[in-house]
Design a protein. Structure first.
Length: 176
């Protein structure tokens, strides 16, 4: 028999310890995410995968917000975040700090997710775009690459927060 563990048996780090532990060199950038539930899910997923920071850009709402909290489950208190009104300005700033910048999108030239080991091993910022329009072209133009998740069904996209789980796990695996 394989018994399911109780929450207290999971040996999770405390919020205080999490805030001070060394983070993976990953930055998440939310580009005009309109769903508060998606924003909350990004926080929770970023906590799970030890992300260094989240940048909220454009129309992306900021905590505190009860609808963000509903899916974040407290991760807005553990994951470092900052609001920036101008995505292009943020990207230029990060690139000046030698951060590798990648959009998660479908484009003419992409790196497939299974090939990310070909990317440089340096701090990486991952841009996730609006639920309808995706990542802005002006942002794609400033990126070092575009990463695409291969899909095999009839739909052409994933929910952006589902996409985050898939992408962040693959980048976290490079760090563990």
């Amino acid at each position: 028999m394989n018994r399911k563990l109780k929450l207290w048996e999971l040996n999770r780090v405390s919020e205080e310890s999490f805030k001070t532990q060394e983070k993976f060199p990953l930055i998440v950038i939310l580009d005009d995410i309109r769903s508060l539930n998606n924003i909350g899910t990004f926080f929770r997923t970023s906590d799970a995968f030890n992300v260094e920071k989240i940048y909220l850009c454009g129309i992306t709402a900021c905590p505190p917000n009860k609808d963000i909290h509903k899916t974040a489950l407290g991760a807005t208190e553990t994951v470092s975040w900052e609001y920036r009104s101008s995505l292009p300005d943020l990207l230029l700033e990060l690139k000046a700090q030698n951060v590798f910048v990648a959009a998660i999108e479908q484009a003419e030239q992409t790196i497939l997710l299974q090939d990310i080991d070909q990317l440089p091993r340096q701090k990486t910022a991952l841009i996730f775009g609006n639920e309808v329009d995706g990542v802005q072209q002006v942002a794609i133009d400033l990126c070092d690459c575009v990463i695409e998740i291969p899909q095999f069904g009839t739909k052409h996209s994933l929910n952006v927060s589902v996409c985050a789980g898939v992408i962040l796990w693959e980048f976290a695996k490079r760090e563990i």
